[in-house]
Every structure is written in C-alpha cells, then in structure tokens.
Ligand binder design. Structure first.
Ligand SMILES: [Zn+2]
Ligand SMILES: [Zn+2]
Length: 241
C-alpha cells in the first residue's frame, strides 16, 4: 500500500524528492524481510523513478535524489542477478546527469540577469505615479521656485490636470485671459494662487506658459517636475541610479 502511494507521489514534481527519500527508507527497513511480491513492487517503484528522471525530471537535484535511492536499492539487493547490474547502470546515469545538469539549468539565468537589471529610463508619468502615495501634487507645485529666469516653459501636464474646479459665487468675477465675466454659480478652473479662469482659457494658457496670467504664480514646468520627481524617487530609494 505504501509503495503505491509513493509511486503516486513521484508523479508530482514537488513531491518527487520526498517520495524517493521515503522509498529509500522503506527499502532499507523492509526489503530484505519482505516476500518476493513486495520486493518486486519496491523494485518496480525504483524503476519507475528512473524512467521519470529520464523523461521528465531532468534537473540535477532530482537526479541527486534518484542516485541516493538507487544506491540504497543496490545496498539491499542480495543477488548478483540482472537487477543489481541494472541498478548500477541507473546509478552511473544519475552520477553523470547530476554533474552536468547544474550548468545546463543555471547558465541561462546568469546570462539574463544583467540585462533584466539594467535601469530603465522612467517616464515622467512613471515617476509621478510612483510618488502619488507619498507626495501631494500641491506640495510639488509649492516646492517649485517662483520667477524662473529661463523664460516661460509650459506647465507640466500633471500640474495642469490637477487644478481644481470651483463654483464662482460672487458677481463681477472676470477671467483674465478672455476678460469675460463669470455668471454667478458658473464653473471656474482655479490656479493654486486662487485666481479663477475658464477651463479652456487656462488650459490653453498653460500649454504655453507655466505661470498665472495675473500674479505669475508658477506651476511646475514639464522639466522642473521631471527633475523634482526624479530627485524624490532617488532620495526614497538610494539603490536606484
Ligand atoms: Zn476666459
Ligand atoms: Zn494668480
């Protein structure tokens, strides 16, 4: 019964080593005292293990497990019949396979490892995504120095899309881009400085400049946002380059 169960266990790759250990245990404890039928079962189970090794479990560790099993079997076989001879053949095969398999199996990962660890250039979006849990976009905007001297770059896409919409409740509020008054309860897109604009007016403006048309409050520009985000990612993960 136990032999049957072990034969079934051997069919599963993750159980193979354990099953061969148990089988070797059975061999050394009971083989000599068992009758012919049980001995045949045990021998067949070992033979089955050998054919599994040749067809499916070709890895070195499986052959190691097989080698231990076959050596145990050879130890309990008393006769110098065809069986001992056959088992010696299995052991030789296992020795050979256990030695040559490691290179075959481990060489490919060694070659691939450097390639897969190449740092890849992150996109701005990746960087901002990786920061989103820890850095509030508003903080990012306030961190940018006001009055950048290198001309007016466009505001970063993320900065533009993160601006709030607000309902205008006062009379006589004017969009500084088109000079039109907002209707009471009309919608305005708000700059962080608090100046209101029509959505379309402000989006068009920020595609060309990164500052408020009224007070010149600066949003992060595309380049500044990228550098800032990259620095923050580096500071958080010193191993990345
Ligand atoms: Zn407008
Ligand atoms: Zn403003």
């Amino acid at each position: 019964e136990e032999v049957k169960k072990l034969r079934a266990d051997m069919q599963k790759k993750q159980n193979f080593e354990e099953a061969t250990r148990s089988l070797a245990d059975l061999l050394s404890k009971h083989y000599r005292d068992s009758d012919k039928a049980v001995q045949d079962d045990l021998y067949d189970a070992c033979k089955r293990a050998c054919s599994l090794l040749r067809s499916r479990y070709t890895g070195a560790k499986f052959w190691q497990a097989g080698k231990r099993l076959f050596e145990t079997l050879l130890g309990v076989l008393e006769d110098e019949t065809g069986r001992s001879k056959e088992v010696r053949g299995w052991i030789d095969m296992a020795k050979e396979e256990a030695e040559k398999s490691p290179e075959k199996e481990e060489a490919p990962p060694k070659q691939e490892a450097p390639a897969s660890h190449q740092p890849q250039r992150m996109t701005l979006n990746d960087l901002l995504q990786s920061l989103i849990t820890e850095v509030n976009v508003a903080d990012l905007m306030h961190a940018v120095p006001i009055g950048d001297s290198s001309g007016p770059p466009p505001a970063s896409r993320d900065a533009r899309f993160n601006l709030d919409m607000k309902t205008v409740q006062d009379k006589d509020v004017v969009c500084a881009v088109c000079q039109e008054e907002f209707p009471v309860n009309g919608k305005a897109k708000m700059m962080p400085c608090g100046h209101p604009f029509h959505y379309d007016c402000l989006m068009e403006w920020l595609e060309r400049k990164n500052s408020c048309p009224i007070c010149r409050y600066s949003l992060p520009s595309e380049q500044v946002a990228f550098d800032l985000a990259e620095d923050l990612v580096r500071a958080r993960d010193p191993t990345s380059s």
